[in-house]
Design a protein around this ligand. Structure first.
Ligand code: ZN
Ligand code: ZN
Length: 360
């Protein structure tokens, strides 16, 4: 009986749990498996967005139709409120239904004469060896700004963040404008309702005998809800305005050590310096970590100027592009794999790499 041949390539250092069933990604035909309770926060958000409407309609009817007897103002306010509500839900549907940015596996261009790339060559390729350039869970290369979401169990192009409030979905290259649009519409609607109801409440205090007993209660509740939503969602929206203006994703902004991926080859001539190339976060000393955190404040790899940054995120194509942006936000420009880098970035990164090697 023939003996079993020894395998050509083995992985003795691979942790055993990485190949067991429980740690395989949650995939079903390339899509993460979603259970019913993952959507519970989303139902909560939909409830919060719809909850003020019965009170709002009551206030509008009472104040504009019954007290002021002004149907024109009633219709105008109704139109503004429900246009914003429509826009809000259209972007919410885009966020829920659209894939945030699938990383498609690109087959290498092969002709019949070319030799097949062996497993060893594939494992020795720069993409596989460079940290952050290859996803060992999805088993595919990671384009610029792509991150692996551990919750979704997949890589997402230009991943901004994983949002539990939208039914545990990622916000990525194809859904980020819709996310901005949702925040903008909620903020505008909240401001509009707060001002409208504050005005009606002021009228009620000045004319207590002309209004009914329930309207002021609804108005106080709506002013409170409007102000709360304006502060919470408005400040979140303002933060994203800053991120778009400086061309950063939330992950890039909150993770300074992502800069390490972009460092050029270190000129490591000092035998006592044991930094990898590129350096890994845990190898850095306290001073080196401080250095990276300071550099993160002024090196913005993809910042190509305010106007171009905004065009990259919100630019539209074709005559209906602008309409799509206004109604539902849509997706960002480009394929989400290649992003131009800012001027002087390479120079600053080279200087940082040099300082990093010199400082231990
Ligand atoms: Zn991945
Ligand atoms: Zn995710």
């Amino acid at each position: 009986m023939r003996e079993r041949p020894t395998p050509l390539l083995t992985f003795p250092e691979l942790p055993a749990r990485a190949v067991t069933q429980e740690f395989t990604p949650n995939y079903d035909d390339g899509k993460p498996v979603r259970l019913w309770y993952h959507n519970v926060p989303l139902y909560g958000v939909i409830f919060l967005l719809l909850a003020p409407h019965p009170s709002l309609l009551f206030v509008l009817i009472q104040h504009y139709l019954i007290v002021l007897e002004n149907p024109l103002k009633f219709i105008v306010h109704l139109l503004v409120i429900y246009t914003l509500t429509f826009m809000m839900f259209s972007s919410l549907i885009v966020l829920v239904a659209r894939d945030p940015g699938p990383v498609t596996f690109e087959e290498p261009q092969s002709d019949n004469n070319a030799e097949e790339v062996g497993l060893t060559e594939a494992l020795m390729s720069p993409d596989f060896l460079t940290p952050g350039r290859f996803c060992r869970i999805c088993w595919t290369s990671k384009p610029d700004r792509t991150h692996h979401c551990s919750f979704c169990g997949r890589c997402v192009l230009k991943m901004d963040h994983h949002c539990p409030w939208l039914g545990n979905r990622c916000i990525g290259h194809r859904t980020y404008p819709a996310f901005l649009h949702l925040l903008l519409c909620i903020t505008l609607l909240a401001i509009y309702i707060a001002v409208l109801c504050a005005h009606a409440l002021y009228y009620a205090f000045n004319n207590p005998y002309t209004v009914d007993q329930f309207s002021p209660v609804h108005e106080i509740g709506l002013v409170f809800a409007g102000v709360t939503f304006t502060i919470v969602i408005g400040s979140f929206f303002a933060y994203h305005l800053y991120l778009v203006s400086t061309n950063q994703t939330t992950l890039e902004h909150i993770t300074p050590f992502l800069l390490l991926r972009y460092l050029p080859v270190l000129s490591n001539t000092d035998p006592n310096n044991h930094l990898s190339d590129p350096p890994l976060e845990h190898e850095l000393s306290y001073r080196q970590r401080r250095m990276i955190k300071e550099a993160h404040g002024y090196i913005r790899v993809y910042d190509v100027g305010l106007r171009k940054n905004w065009t990259q995120v919100l630019g539209w194509k074709g005559p209906y592009g602008l309409m799509t942006r206004i109604l539902c936000g849509g997706g960002s420009m480009g394929d989400g794999k290649y992003f131009p880098r800012g001027a002087n970035v390479e120079e600053r990164l080279a200087r940082l790499a040099q300082e990093l090697v010199q400082d231990k």
